[in-house]
Write a protein that binds this ligand. Structure first.
Ligand code: HAX
Length: 425
């Protein structure tokens, strides 16, 4: 923590000066205009948010602090966390210190397990996970320091404490949810010698004789970590945090959004669709069979999960990274083979439907097949894995927002009569 906090503390004054000067000199310049279609269309493309941890452009996809997704795949999640917060990778010593710090903060309070055990046995794992985060709110260092009257310029320090305290516990909580919800037996203790992603894999308790499931978890945690700030989970989390609610409130709010089927929950739907094709055709379908099944899905009014994106207009580089992992470690797996075949066939089908702006796979199209291969077959759990990773982005964005002294979020809404009058309709 010391090194992370010190490094941030050195950067923050310069960052504040830069933003203040930018707003002072150019505050009235226009970044974006808003059309009626955008107002009724989920604000797609409206540039009204600031996010410095990562960016997503239609033709490149995820870029974290200037580094494209394809160059992040060999990194550890802790290196990505440092990158998100600081803007560059940690050196070996900083990484070691951060890892030790996370280990030291990793103990989950007993009351969290009591709360989870008291929940109905058929609770959705996402509801359990978010409840666990929210019920730890009393631990918030930000709330304590705010109540004690700390200065606004210091808000980021206790927010960083909350960020690290939460992130350190998420793998154990998420693994605990898995084992409890799916009757996998007692919780498994953290291994002090494993990094954050590999330890999560270890605590899930799935067989991993060659250690490749640990590799997958490291990759999974890296690829889902951040996706700028306009997506539902990041935007909701940031909005709640902007009210000076602490990160326990902000993160759980954001992750509640990730639980929606058009957002993070799509990953559980994707694998289901792939397995349905296998069942229907008794193995890997032919291109023609797959095409027919895609049309059948679309004609019944459903979406093809894992395809399309609100921003991207190319194959999601995170999907490409999973595909490369699959080709390397599970090329013989039938389910993976179907995923690869879907990629060959489905974009051609979706391109025939004019209204669909992006016919290409997103991050969710391939990840489920990898998890399934390693025995993680409980689909409703998949979004929890996504959440553990995305918490890095939401928490980092909150620390930076507090450091920059961002005000409460409050865009203006309009009534339909007002819009009609404004445009003379
Ligand atoms: N299958 C069928 N129809 C699709 C589609 C798909 N994969 N993708 C888009 N469309 C439809 C939309 O439903 C919309 O139809 P209506 O106008 O009738 O409502 C139309 O095409 C235009 O949509 P769009 O502008 O191309 O896409 P949006 O920005 O509105 O939505 C979504 C983006 C990701 C929600 C959308 O592509 C979708 O529903 N995809 C399937 C679900 C999915 O994979 N979600 C995960 C996205 C990644 C993510 O956030 N992970 O967390």
């Amino acid at each position: 923590m010391a090194m992370l906090k010190e490094t941030l503390a050195k950067q923050i004054p310069g960052l504040r000066e830069e933003i203040a000067a930018l707003v002072k000199e150019h505050g009235d310049k226009e970044l974006s205009k808003v059309t009626v279609r955008q107002a009724y269309g989920g604000m797609r493309g409206v540039r009204g948010l600031v996010c410095d941890t990562s960016s997503v452009s239609p033709d490149t996809g995820l870029v974290i602090r200037g580094i494209p997704c394809k160059d992040l795949t060999e990194k550890l999640p802790e290196e990505i966390l440092w990158l998100l917060l600081i803007g560059e990778y940690p050196d070996a010593e900083s990484l070691k210190t951060l890892q030790a710090d996370l280990k030291a903060r990793g103990k989950v309070p007993d009351y969290v397990w009591n709360v989870l055990e008291a929940m109905p046995a058929d609770s959705h794992p996402m509801c359990m996970f978010d409840t666990a985060i929210l019920c730890m709110e009393k631990e918030s260092e930000f709330r304590k320091s705010y109540d004690a009257g700390v200065k606004k310029t210091e808000y980021w320090e206790s927010t960083l404490e909350d960020c690290l305290n939460i992130l350190a516990k998420l793998p154990a909580i998420a693994a605990g949810v898995y084992r409890l919800r799916f009757n996998k037996g007692p919780r498994i203790d953290s291994d002090p010698n494993l990094d954050w992603g590999a330890d999560y894999a270890h605590m899930l308790g799935l067989p991993d004789p060659e250690g490749t499931f640990k590799k997958l978890m490291q990759l999974y945690m890296v690829l889902h970590s951040d996706h700028e700030s306009g997506n539902v989970s990041a935007f909701s989390g940031a909005t709640v945090v902007s009210a000076l609610s602490d990160l326990y409130y902000g993160l759980s709010a954001g992750l509640n959004g990730l639980a929606g089927p058009l957002h993070g929950l799509a990953n559980q739907e994707c694998l289901r669709w792939v397995l349905d094709t296998r069942e229907k055709f008794g193995g890997v379908p032919t291109d023609e069979q797959l095409k027919d099944y895609a049309w059948e899905t679309l004609n019944s009014g459903k979406v093809i999960p894992g395809y399309g994106h609100a921003v991207l207009r190319v194959t999601d580089p995170r999907y490409t990274a999973f595909l490369a992992f699959g080709k390397k470690y599970l090329a013989d797996d039938e389910v993976f083979q179907i995923v690869a075949k879907v990629f060959d066939v489905v974009p051609g089908v979706l391109r025939e439907i004019k209204k669909i702006k992006d016919p290409w796979p997103n991050v969710d199209a391939g990840s489920g097949a990898m998890l399934y291969h390693y025995g993680l077959a409980e689909f409703p759990y998949y979004t929890v894995l996504f959440s553990v990773s995305r918490a890095m982005g939401i928490c980092s964005q909150a620390v930076i927002a507090r450091a920059m002294g961002m005000p409460i979020t409050r865009p203006k809404s309009s009534t339909t009569p007002w819009i009609k009058k404004a445009i003379g309709a």
